[in-house]
Design a protein around this ligand. Structure first.
Ligand code: ZN
Length: 397
């Protein structure tokens, strides 16, 4: 028997002596009878509602929400209800503290012990298969997958992270991330998207220690991409965007060179600009992080013959792109990979990425540019839709 198993056993015995689950929050304060959720009741409007906190079953975890990032998915659902979920409590990039848990809950999805007072996150990918992807989930129907923040409304009510509490049920993937601060925990989900993209890129065999890499599109995803590459030890990074502030930020995240696309007319000129800043070389590898079809077509001109490309910008359908298969793909022998969301294994890797990025001084947490309290959630979503700032978060204190 190892130490953690002994600890678990002792805890179970102690809990038995105290009469089981009725423990209150480690940070003090009893669990109220009712609490708030932000219910999306129609397109473009959340309503703050009070509901009774549900019973915590033997396999459930009740979490007091500390904060949750606003994702592009939330913004799409808020604006147009494309997933047909209204009424719904959104928010899947959330984190908080365990205030109560059922007697069957012992460990998180990575095998770490869980106790009241621990800080946790959930993951959109459920279950025991570490390599399962969003693509597999879609085939199985996302609704069954316990994707908190995208669950249809039911009697539980506390189904998403835009709330005071969330009820995490059996079968969900949940991770103990008590060793990360609140801002880092809010950024786990978008960072996992990049850890996955880099893993996909590595399968080409082209991305190496001394590779010259171009990252196109410097929204939060592109900026995190630069940081992930930097923590991997890649030190020849060109960042491409049309926004001065973002180009500056990319440098602080680890880009050596920047190219402002507004200064160049046409794909060839842009490719030449990348070639020039790299001292007379095209990039060995490209990461395409915008949802713009023209940007997809442009990036081929920045990559050398025999190079590689990871396309991850089209998280949703952004339309058709026009490339010339002869010049862009065949003749150059480009190896192309697509990337979408992440696997459970990438999620766990992301916790280490965040610690490493902080240790080498990358300003990851500055990605969160706006924080709103729950009662101002409509403002938070509108801020996201107006493309102001980078990462918008709803924070409960
Ligand atoms: Zn998301």
């Amino acid at each position: 028997m190892n130490n953690s198993e002994i600890e678990l056993l002792v805890r179970q015995i102690l809990e038995g002596m105290q009469g089981g689950e009725n423990k209150s929050s480690a940070s003090g304060g009893a669990i109220p009878e009712k609490a708030r959720v932000a219910m999306l009741v129609e397109k473009g409007r959340f309503e703050i509602q009070e509901h009774k906190i549900p019973e915590v079953g033997d396999d459930d975890i009740l979490v007091k929400v500390e904060g949750c990032g606003v994702c592009g998915t939330d913004a799409h659902e808020f604006k147009n209800d494309p997933f047909n979920l209204i009424p719904v409590v959104l928010g899947h990039e959330g984190t908080g503290e365990i205030v109560k848990m059922g007697k069957n809950v012992l460990k998180d999805s990575a095998g770490k012990p869980l106790k009241v007072g621990d800080k946790v996150v959930t993951c959109m990918i459920f279950g025991d298969e570490p390599e399962i992807t969003m693509y597999d989930l879609n085939k199985q129907n996302v609704g069954k997958a316990d994707v908190y923040g995208l669950l249809p409304d039911d009697d539980v009510k506390f189904n998403g992270w835009f709330a005071d509490y969330i009820l995490i049920r059996k079968g969900s993937s949940v991770f103990n991330v008590s060793d990360l601060d609140l801002d880092s925990r809010i950024l786990i989900e978008p960072c996992a998207v990049l850890v996955h993209a880099v893993e996909r890129a590595k399968t080409t065999g082209i991305l190496r220690f001394n590779s010259r890499v171009v990252v196109q599109g410097l929204g939060p995803i592109g900026l995190i991409c630069v940081a992930v590459l930097r923590t991997l030890g890649i030190e020849n990074i060109v960042a491409v965007d049309g926004n001065e502030k973002r180009l500056e930020f990319a440098k602080r995240m680890g880009a050596n060179y920047t190219v402002d696309f507004r200064n160049y007319k046409g794909a060839e000129a842009l490719g030449q600009a990348v070639y020039d800043v790299l001292g007379g070389h095209y990039a060995d590898f490209g990461f395409q992080c915008t949802g713009n079809p023209v940007a997809h077509a442009n990036i081929y001109k920045m990559i050398r013959r025999g190079g590689g490309l990871c396309e991850l910008g089209f998280f949703i359908n952004g339309g058709d792109a026009t490339i010339n298969p002869h010049f862009d793909l065949c003749q150059k022998e480009i190896t192309l990979v697509g990337s979408w969301v992440y696997t459970l294994r990438d999620y766990a890797t992301t916790f280490d990425f965040l610690k490493r990025a902080q240790a080498i001084g990358l300003p990851i947490k500055e990605l969160i540019t706006h924080k709103f309290p729950l009662e101002e959630i409509n403002e938070a979503l509108k801020t996201n839709l107006s493309m102001q700032g980078l990462k918008i978060a709803v924070v409960n204190k």
